[in-house]
Design a protein around this ligand. Structure first.
Ligand code: LLP
Length: 413
């Protein structure tokens, strides 16, 4: 049955049951599928909303090499958080000058790997800046600050404020600038990222206040360091996971950001570049997880619908209580039932959805879990010695398997 695809994350519903059955027959379940065109559409939404701003994709959301190449085709750079992320991005079409490494409690080995690749390091601890200065004298550096404004969809993803391990405290900035000077580093940017999954008006207010505070800080460093190359206000833009909810109005976020920026730097010729680092908002909607019902188990007050995906395939529901839309590929004419959709992992927390009303599926049916392009496969594990799933890239009528499911020897050594 074809459904409206007004919301980008609805795209799997426009594909027929036959289509999903044939892919499942080719690659086995569970598998992730990414729609290249939905990714391009989301890139356009972000580019238009944040016109005049440079985009750096926070690749922790999904580091699939085929997606990284698609992101490079969209002329979007990279925010990397490990040396391997930076290396993979470079190997998949991203120029070093468009990769920013944002380190948190980095080892010397990691700092050396970043320095040897000539990638700008963005650091947030006095010790890390000092050690980087010894390793990479004369290099460019950015500093991530914590201006004590944080927000997020869950406490685990708030990345600023007293309880957060991220960012250099404002009062430590003079000491950091002294280390920069002493070690012959060159300060090129200031950065912050306050949290993830920002959806509400209240979130937007905090995000804008934080950006404003960062702009003020950048103006005050101009006195000693001149105009910086860039200011990076991070990512965090949320998406509405339920299929009947609206995404935040990013155009409004973009307008307010740009107004605040232009107020500080009215002249186009004398201003830093303005960067944002979206992860989720770029890739969440393009991803779907296809899973097969293995076992239906009616219980006293509920029906357990067991599937072959679980917290090892998609950890967000178990980890943050996150909601993802779930649709049966083939709608049965059975009566709507409250289903508890669960995986095969030996933990009671292995629940993908609670009380999800849907016509009761049968064993062997396929279900689609939507909006999983961000922090889905990226956080998958081989817990309980279960393989990581395959990943497919779909582009119109064509599809290809871009990652195969892990094999026994890879998981069990
Ligand atoms: N920049 C930095 C420095 C970050 O740490 C992050 C995300 C981003 C950008 C991108 O944030 P986004 O636009 O995706 O919100 N696993 C969690 C999300 C963790 C986000 C960590 N940092 C989840 O599934 O909700």
């Amino acid at each position: 049955m074809a459904h409206s695809t007004d919301k980008p994350g609805q795209w799997p519903r426009a594909r027929s049951a036959r289509y999903w059955e044939s892919l499942a027959a080719s690659v086995g379940t569970p598998f992730y599928a990414y729609d290249r065109r939905v990714l391009a559409q989301q890139a356009r939404v972000l580019r238009e909303a944040f016109f005049g701003t440079e985009l750096r994709y926070a690749m922790k959301a999904n580091a699939n090499p085929a997606l990284l190449r698609a992101v490079a085709d969209e002329k979007i750079g990279i925010d990397a958080v490990s040396a391997w992320e930076a290396r993979l991005a470079h190997a998949n079409g991203h120029r070093r000058s468009r990769i920013l490494y944002t380190g948190n409690f980095p080892s010397d080995d990691e700092l050396r790997a970043i320095a040897s690749r000539g990638i700008v390091a963005n650091l947030d601890a006095l010790s890390a800046i000092d050690r980087y200065g010894k390793i990479a004298k004369g290099s460019k550096i950015a500093i991530r600050v914590d201006l004590e404004r944080g927000a997020g969809h869950h406490p685990h993803v708030v990345t600023a404020g007293v309880d957060s391990k991220f960012g250099l405290a404002r009062e430590d900035l003079p000491a950091a600038l002294e280390i920069v000077r002493k070690r012959g580093l060159r300060l090129v940017g200031l950065h912050q990222h306050i949290g993830s999954g920002l959806c509400t008006d209240a979130h937007r207010e905090v995000w804008l206040e934080a950006a404003d505070a960062l702009f003020d800080l950048a103006i005050s460093t101009e006195k000693s360091h001149g105009i910086l190359d860039f200011i990076d206000v991070g990512g965090g833009f949320g998406v509405a996971y339920p299929d009947d909810a609206h995404d935040p109005d990013l155009a409004q976020w973009g307008r307010s950001l740009s107004e605040a920026f232009v107020r500080r730097w009215p002249s186009k010729d004398r201003r830093p570049r303005l960067l944002i680092e979206p992860g989720r908002s770029l890739v969440a909607a393009c991803g779907a997880l296809i899973t097969r019902v293995t076992t239906i188990k009616p219980a006293r007050d509920r029906v357990w619908v067991g599937v072959d995906a679980g917290m090892h395939t998609l950890v967000r529901p178990a980890m943050y209580g996150s909601y993802h839309p779930i649709w049966p590929v083939r709608e049965r004419k059975s009566k709507p039932t409250e289903c508890w959709i669960v995986g095969p992992i030996c933990e009671s927390g292995d629940v993908l959805a609670e009380r999800r009303g849907m016509p009761l599926p049968r064993e062997g049916d396929l279900l689609v879990i939507g909006m999983v392009g961000a922090y889905g496969y990226a956080m998958a594990s081989t817990y309980n010695l279960r393989p990581k799933p395959a990943e497919l890239l779909i582009d119109g009528d064509r599809w290809e398997q871009v990652t195969r499911a892990s094999r026994y020897a890879e998981v069990c050594g």
